[in-house]
Design a binder for this molecule. Structure first.
Ligand code: SF4
Length: 382
């Protein structure tokens, strides 16, 4: 059945909230949280560690820490607790993004059985499998992702054991990479320009002749598609190929975004066809998929990226995150004077629905005469 991506209108009267058709928690995140809390329940008295943040949501991570779980690393991979302090009795949870083979080995050496408490999302594993499949056919793996993101580091680690691999973070880097395919740039420059983004032993002259593109599952679908199309065109032109024989040089990898990222992005596109005053996106500030939803909204209307309802200070002021400058800022007068005010609302894959509900409750509190959240719930027969 064709999926419906039109937003749901919550008409409170003086304020109308258009809720994206798909938003919030995905399968991978729910699964990871469930395993984490079950592990805590089933192992009283044991030391339980998380390799790093379970997901990119401060509220969920705080709940876990309040239950006694400790983080071994921060999101950039910096060690907080040395692996040498672990022993075979400890439990280490692998987060939904997965981890690198090197870290897995270190944990195993410390006596930790990593398979037992591994919450790696199956959609991330799908990317690893896809890269393994193209590696077997002697393609080099180009990973579209954020080089420092845990998932990209994990995918890079898995991919590079099978084939030469390079990470490109955006179209700009892809264009530069293409210049090494065509020989426009000197080979030596590659090792400086792509420092920390290529696998050991990468040989520019050999390893860019047959390529395939996979991605961090939470990248913007349209960006990955554009990067893949661009590289395909470069191969076609440089090697004088056509659509029929391009597979000699370019692997056919349909995009490897997960369903949740896809649905949340498409639902935002669907939501943006509504003429509204502003958009609010709820989620953790370091969440990749959430920042992409923000990016889509920003193109169309004033957009406020907030981590919870607490950031809506009053009917005048909102504190929100600018992910381009990585700073929080206060914007006065974020609600317009017209009535009804139309607000588009969505959240990222690592954001609990309760936070979205809290945001709705806070917003309607600024509009006297609004229907209550309870009345709205009744209207939807919930
Ligand atoms: S966003 Fe997708 S890949 Fe990431 S944890 Fe969720 S379902 Fe898995």
């Amino acid at each position: 059945m064709k999926k419906d991506f039109t937003p749901t209108l919550l008409d409170f009267g003086p304020v109308q909230i258009y809720l994206a058709r798909h938003f919030g928690f995905c399968y991978g995140v729910e699964n990871a949280i469930e395993i984490a809390f079950r592990t805590i329940d089933e192992n009283p008295g044991k030391r339980i560690f998380l390799l790093s943040e379970m997901i990119h949501n401060p509220h969920v991570n705080k709940d876990l820490q309040d239950s006694g779980v400790k983080f071994l690393q921060d999101t950039s991979g910096k060690q907080i607790i040395p692996f040498s302090e672990l022993n075979a009795d400890d439990i280490v949870l692998i987060p939904a993004f997965g981890t690198t083979l090197e870290i897995e080995q270190k944990l195993n050496e410390a006596g930790i059985i990593t398979e037992k408490y591994n919450t790696t999302c199956p959609f991330v594993e799908k990317v690893w499998n896809r890269s393994e499949a193209i590696a077997k056919k002697q393609y080099t793996i180009i990973i579209h992702g954020k080089p420092k993101h845990e998932e990209t580091r994990a995918t890079f680690s898995h991919a590079s054991t099978n084939a030469p691999s390079v990470v490109v973070k955006d179209m700009q880097q892809t264009i530069e990479l293409a210049k090494y395919i065509t020989g426009e740039k000197p080979v030596a420059q590659f090792y400086i320009e792509f420092q920390n983004q290529f696998s050991p032993g990468f040989i520019v002259e050999n390893d860019l002749q047959r390529i395939g593109v996979v991605n961090q599952t939470t990248m913007l679908a349209s960006d990955t598609q554009a990067i893949s199309d661009y590289l395909k065109d470069v191969m076609i032109t440089h090697y004088k190929l056509d659509e029929q024989n391009v597979e000699e040089r370019f692997a056919d990898t349909r995009d490897t975004l997960c369903y949740a990222t896809n649905d949340n992005q498409t639902a935002v596109t669907g939501m943006l066809s509504t003429d509204a005053n502003l958009a609010i996106v709820v989620g953790g500030y370091n969440s990749s998929n959430t920042s992409h939803l923000v990016e889509l909204c920003e193109e169309k209307l004033p957009t406020y990226f907030i981590s919870s309802e607490e950031k809506i200070i009053s009917d005048k002021d909102i504190i929100h995150y600018n992910f381009h400058t990585k700073q929080e800022l206060l914007t006065p007068g974020f609600l317009p004077n017209n009535r009804p005010v139309k607000i588009l609302l969505t959240s990222g894959a690592s954001c609990p629905d309760a936070l979205v509900e809290n945001v709705i409750r806070k917003l309607i509190s600024f509009f006297p005469g609004s229907k209550t959240a309870e009345e709205m719930t009744k209207q939807f027969g919930i």
